[in-house]
Design a binder for this molecule. Structure first.
Ligand code: GUN
Length: 306
């Protein structure tokens, strides 16, 4: 049954588009630069930042990673961000989450210059998204999910969408993108969370379900109507002594039982993950274009326009 949305193939198309944009910038003597900041030795963050660095290199984006010890103070991190904000060679800044508990992530994300905030986490960019202002940056994972839906030609205009999870990185911005008054959105969105009374009933009405709730295999077959589109954003690490690494990754969707009911479904891995990286590098190209007054169709985000 081939009803899989191939995130790797769609991400590869976006990387190709980004490569063309980066090449055009270089042709004008502009070298796009992206700074990564990682604090502590969270193993998942090490892997994620490593994958982002590798892809940046492949596309000709100059990246530089600063790794700070777990004991770094909030002030020390703010000093680094101020330096990157002032660095003319750095067009985008990404501070990998999660941060150590003694650091207030909201303070850190507010310190990144909004025009370098390729993560879309700064309150100014969050506000721009809510207002439908295309001049900001959209967060990479939800915008990647939106791009998967658009490029897979999933009808969104008037669709009933259920978003599972109300986190600041995925759930909330996901809902904000899909409710935009735009022919590429115009959805009726239900945002479900831990206090929602009957999540299954909401899900069964949905044309599209986006699972970002952080509970392994939360979405079961009896919660999905025939012909729905299901997007699995979940990355849950479960301990499993039967395999060598001792852990395995599980999504938020019980894939085996849900897949047969779907019109389209993302595999996991190979669905949303590659899109997050693709959108980060597309945002970085946009940041560099804007900082040099370039005007590219891609740099003004059409998804927020009517
Ligand atoms: N950690 C998990 N997802 C993300 C993301 O999109 N950006 C950053 N900076 N950290 C993350």
């Amino acid at each position: 049954m081939n009803n899989l949305i191939d995130g790797r193939a769609i991400a590869a198309d976006i990387h190709q588009e980004t490569l063309v944009r980066v090449s055009a910038l270089k042709h004008q003597g502009i070298q796009p630069g992206l700074a990564f900041v990682r604090v502590g030795e969270d193993p998942a963050s090490q892997v994620y930042v490593g994958m982002k660095e590798k892809k940046a290199r492949e596309l000709g984006v100059l990246s530089h990673t600063t790794v700070l010890p777990e004991t770094t103070t909030q002030t020390e991190l703010l000093v680094l961000i101020a330096r990157l904000n002032a660095d003319p060679h750095c067009h985008g800044i990404l501070v990998q989450a999660p941060l150590p508990r003694h650091i207030d992530a909201a303070v850190i994300y507010s310190a990144v210059l909004p025009q370098k905030d390729v993560d879309g986490f700064h309150p100014i960019n969050v506000g721009r998204l809510m207002l439908g202002d295309a001049g900001g940056f959209l967060p990479c994972t939800p915008v990647g999910v939106h791009e998967l839906l658009v490029r897979s030609r999933v009808p969104l205009n008037g669709a009933e969408v259920v978003v599972l999870g109300r986190g600041n990185i995925v759930g909330k911005p996901m809902a904000a993108i899909l409710i935009q008054k735009s022919s590429r959105a115009n959805c009726t969105v239900t945002l479900c969370h831990s206090a929602t009374r009957d999540i299954a009933a909401h899900c069964r009405r949905a044309d599209v379900i986006i699972a970002a709730i952080g509970v392994p295999e939360f979405l079961r077959a009896d919660m999905v109507r025939e012909g729905a589109v299901v997007i699995d954003v979940g990355v849950n690490r479960l301990s499993d002594p039967s395999i060598k690494s001792g852990t395995r990754l599980v999504g938020d969707v019980a894939f085996g039982e849900v897949q047969p009911k779907c019109l389209w479904i993302t595999p996991n891995p190979g669905g949303v993950g590659p899109m997050t990286i693709a959108m980060l590098l597309a945002n970085t190209a946009t940041a560099a274009e804007r900082q040099f007054g370039f005007f590219s169709e891609k740099s003004v985000d059409a998804r927020l326009r009517p």
